[in-house]
Design a protein around this ligand. Sequence first.
Ligand code: UD1
Length: 336
Amino acid sequence: MTQAGKSGQRTILVTGGAGYIGSHVVLQLTEAGERVVVVDDLSTGFRESVIGAELIVGNVGDRVLMAKVLREHDVDTVMHFAARTIVPESVADPLRYYGNNTCATRSLLECCRDAAVNQIVFSSTAAVYGIPEGGQAAEDTPTAPINPYGSSKLMSEWMLRDLAAAGGPRYVALRYFNVAGCDPAGRIGQSTRHATLLFKVACEAALGQRDRLSIFGTDYATVDGTGVRDYIHVADLARAHLDALAYLRGGGDSTVLNCGYGHGYSVREVLEAVGRAHGSPVPWIEQPRRAGDPPSLIAVSDRIRETLGWQPRHDDLDFIARTSLAWERKLASSAT
Ligand code: UD1
């Protein structure tokens, strides 16, 4: 057991800990000996994805519940994942995103302030940058979201910043680029039903659970006309949260950090990687651009490496494809 896990250790609350990214973070935290409690409404998460921690089923916007959880579990750190995350859905139903993401975060922050929570690690997104010049974004690149999802997260970042300045919890906001892959040991993965994420959809198409994948847009000014993204393995992303925790515990100042590898791949390159992992090509068809999609979105990721000492271990498109496909096969076999 680590120093952190010795008795007397206070608790980390993980909101959205039954979801794709949150559950991978919970796994790494509990493996490190941390005390963790999860609050998740299971709207998109799964009970069985929470390994090694207590799950409380509820909504982070429920002030009475959250005040009780913070008090009864002696929480000093909150990792806040609970959110809606699908860009096209946010374009179609913006108020749902401002409600679930922005308003619920405001309510949670009020509870954190009242309970004297010390530190917060917040799931933000590269979508706050919109369409950055040259397709690449550093943390000081002007924020200009082009969809309600990005706006809803940016407003949450502002609340964190202003609350910290007013004596509230210190925080690290992690701006995720495109998260992909699954636990390398195959225990948990991306289980979302009706998922829209490229790797997930590509794996489903490879395994014949969909007829084909739609390539959304082939006329972008990119290497092969399709959208380019900085795909980061979920285990590396999860590790960044533990690094952020160590940083905050060490007294680090509040900060915003990009989470990406610093290079990108096109939709076609991803399909080729999934095809290689599967041993046969992924069927696809070309479709028009999808609303709210930037052509290219790649991180400048120097700051997170310097600030947290973060060292990714799975910067390998084929590894991401293999772990994604392995999980999809596991899901398929447990469904039959
Ligand atoms: C994802 C995240 C979003 C985050 C963003 C950061 C989710 C659900 N989305 O959005 O929260 O802000 O990364 O960059 O977690 N594509 C296809 N066909 C498909 C699916 C996708 O061609 O069936 C293309 C898209 O047009 C895009 C790329 O693949 O060019 C990635 O799309 P997707 O996996 O849906 O992620 P983002 O929309 O980038």
